[in-house]
Design a protein around this ligand. Structure first.
Ligand code: NAD
Ligand code: UDP
Length: 372
């Protein structure tokens, strides 16, 4: 059966109603009906874990990724976890002709949009590249969705839109004052998608503000493998534990926090992945615009993370307290109450499990998806 662009299919048990050119056809099928979800950036860290959660929830993920910060070998790992590899399209989210072909070739029920660049320092050094990839990329995608009649969009935003908050836990209605081009690129997309939804109330959009995603799938088959020297705490700690780096430099020991080190809301990447599925199901129920924090609601300091990692791995993590990192906020964590009330979602995995799963991934894959 070939479905033309703009047609809709409605699963009704074994019968399938196909609306094409305003005529209804009934087709009988033995295929299990699942909704295909386009996952831009699905080969990356959070995207790959979300593909696992989507498959577990009965969706069919279709990945579009330019592999700029990911590795094609993730597909084979996803097949081992989920039983089959997602369909993969190598390409750029800014390529409108490609997106039009993707939407025309298969019925996509919704899009989870992860594709983007995420290094704060790089965004300061090269803002135009960030605005092109993150903002323009999102605009091209939304325009292609509009043309194809796909109106369900889950967008990867970030707690970085809050900048240095007045207090924690941070609710969604807190002031938005991102402190760098990366954060501003996320806020611009949030605002544009808000305008889009107000212009056409049939859109179903969720803006998800993640706090600090860490951890890995419990199988140890997929995880985060930053290129070059890691900027983020957990991958750095993992690399010290596995012997790739000598010691962790703690960026500041004189913050006004209980132990003087920076405090963040670390959230397990599988909890985050499940949050996306919950947001998708919520969007399927009703049109609208939903903005939600995804975090645990609890802060952990750098030294608490190090101690938890030492407990989980049995490895000693050598640390040296160094100067503060320019631009760092001393402490913040999110208020996840609205996500619980709206989606029924809450983070279930604690810091010990985040560390244990990160360590399993790192130990089994010291060079990421490269063969050992
Ligand atoms: P990641 O780099 O591992 O994944 C992003 C993926 O998108 C990569 O596979 C990359 O190759 C792909 N990509 C980038 N630009 C693309 C383009 N123009 N076209 C097609 N593919 C493209 O990053 P991640 O940690 O999985 O983050 C996913 C999303 O979540 C990003 O939008 C990021 O800004 C956001 N986010 C991440 C964090 C975090 O700490 N990891 C926190 C908040 C928000
Ligand atoms: N951090 C650190 N050493 C590192 C990397 C990070 O001490 O090598 C600290 C950082 O100063 C912050 C916390 O760990 O207090 C989390 O930093 P990360 O870069 O992972 O997240 P973000 O600052 O973007 O929230």
């Amino acid at each position: 059966m070939i479905l033309a662009q703009g047609s809709e299919r409605v699963p009704t048990g074994r019968a399938l109603l196909v609306a094409q050119n305003r005529q209804l056809f009934v087709t009988f099928t033995t295929e299990k009906m699942t909704s295909s979800i386009l996952v831009t950036g699905g080969a990356g860290f959070i995207g790959s874990h979300t593909c696992v959660a989507l498959a577990a929830a009965g969706y069919t993920p279709v990945i579009l990724d330019n592999l700029g910060n990911s590795d094609i070998r993730v597909l084979e790992r996803l097949a081992r976890i989920s039983g089959s590899a997602p369909r993969f399209i190598e390409g750029d989210v800014r390529d409108r002709a490609l997106l039009d072909r993707v939407f025309a070739e298969q019925p996509i029920a919704g899009v989870i949009h992860f594709a983007g660049l995420k290094a704060v320092g790089d965004s300061v050094a090269d803002p135009l590249t960030y605005y092109d990839n993150n903002v323009n990329g999102s605009f091209v995608l939304a325009a292609a969705m509009k043309a194809a009649g796909v109106r369900t969009l889950i967008f990867s935003s970030s707690a970085t839109v809050y900048g240095d908050p007045d207090s924690s836990p941070i609710p969604e209605h807190a002031a938005l004052r991102p402190a760098n081009p990366y954060g501003r690129s996320k806020l611009m997309v949030e605002q544009a998608l808000g305008d889009l939804q107000r212009s056409d109330a049939t859109w179903r959009i969720a803006l998800l503000r993640y706090f600090n995603p860490v951890g890995a799938h419990e199988s140890g088959l997929i995880g985060e493998h930053p290129q070059g020297k890691p900027n983020n705490l957990m991958p750095f700690v993992c690399q010290v534990a596995v012997g790739l780096r000598d010691k962790l430099s703690v960026h500041g020991g004189d913050y006004p926090t209980p132990d003087g080190t920076g405090v963040r809301d670390y959230v397990h990447v599988m909890d985050l992945a499940e949050g996306h599925v919950a947001a998708l199901k919520h969007a399927e129920k009703q049109p609208g615009l939903t903005t939600l924090n995804l975090g645990t609601g609890e802060g952990a300091s750098v030294l608490e993370v190090v101690k938890a990692f030492e407990r989980a791995s049995g490895q000693r993590i050598a640390c040296e307290i160094g100067p503060r990192r320019p631009g760092d906020v001393p402490a913040y964590w999110g208020d996840p109450a609205l996500a619980l009330a709206t989606l029924g979602w809450r983070a279930r995995r604690g810091l010990d499990q985040m560390c244990a799963d990160s360590w399993r991934w790192q130990q089994g894959n010291p060079r990421g998806y490269e063969p050992r």
